[in-house]
Design a protein around this ligand. Structure first.
Ligand code: ZN
Length: 243
């Protein structure tokens, strides 16, 4: 089975559509790790696609911030401004859809969570974060998003040390039986690893191979929409820089 894992769409419809088109015939199932909305100009349309295509999606911190005032207080001013705008776009129906999304799950024997196992909104950014994270779940593989950086961490079973390695376009990662992995699938709608192309991975469960992909999309169209909707310039300027 080939499972596409996507994350952090962030209301970027052009990037989302480009990824869906690219993975067509390339995946039997799609899983989303959350942050469907926030930052981008098309939160409703991105939720509509998730529902229409019955994509199983987790809940991210931006999804929660659409209905939870406590969470919004942790956001920087630009993210907060974008969430307040996003809230103004979403009817009760969309809010209850977001409220219904789970935070963490185990599917086909791997774990999925937006941020970190057991702490959905914590970041795994360093090998010491990953050492702590590996100790907190049992499965061999955990897929995460949240940092918008496509990379992976590997740990030989029974050994404490962790290696942190980047994942690039077209890279194949062959999973070894005696290792455990935390795989950050990057971001569809707002990559921050200096590659502005939309990112996602496909996991071939039989071959035990992860393939990483980066897909070009019309960044200029998204930037124009964000400009017209009055979203903070820093949020649309960063899209073409991938940071
Ligand atoms: Zn995010």
């Amino acid at each position: 089975m080939r499972i596409a894992v996507i994350s952090d769409i962030h209301g970027n419809l052009e990037a989302f559509n480009a990824v869906l088109e690219h993975l067509d015939n390339n995946a039997d199932e799609i899983i989303s790790l959350g942050d469907i909305v926030g930052y981008g100009p098309n939160p409703k349309e991105c939720c509509d696609i998730i529902r229409e295509k019955r994509i199983y999606s987790l809940c991210g911190n931006h999804d929660v911030a659409c209905f939870d005032d406590d969470l919004i207080s942790y956001f920087n001013p630009y993210a907060r401004e974008a969430i307040l705008w996003t809230r103004s776009q979403l009817t009760d129906e969309y809010i209850s859809f977001l409220k219904g999304l789970p935070f963490e799950d185990i599917l086909h024997s791997f774990r999925i969570v937006h941020g970190a196992p057991g702490s959905p909104f914590d970041y795994i950014m360093t090998s010491s974060d990953a050492i702590e994270a590996f100790a907190s779940f049992r499965e061999d593989i955990c897929f995460i998003g949240h940092s918008h950086i496509m990379e992976f961490y590997e740990q030989r079973k029974g050994h404490p040390l962790v290696r942190q390695l980047s994942l690039r376009n077209q890279q194949e990662l062959i999973l070894e039986e005696d290792k455990r992995y935390i795989i950050n699938v990057g971001s569809v709608g707002q990559p921050r690893d200096r590659d502005p192309r939309a990112g996602y991975i496909v996991y071939d469960t039989e071959a035990r191979v992860i393939r990483a992909y980066r897909v070009e999309y019309r960044i200029d169209i998204v930037q124009r929409k964000m400009q017209l909707k009055g979203l903070p310039p820093i949020l649309w300027e960063r899209l073409e820089l991938g940071r």
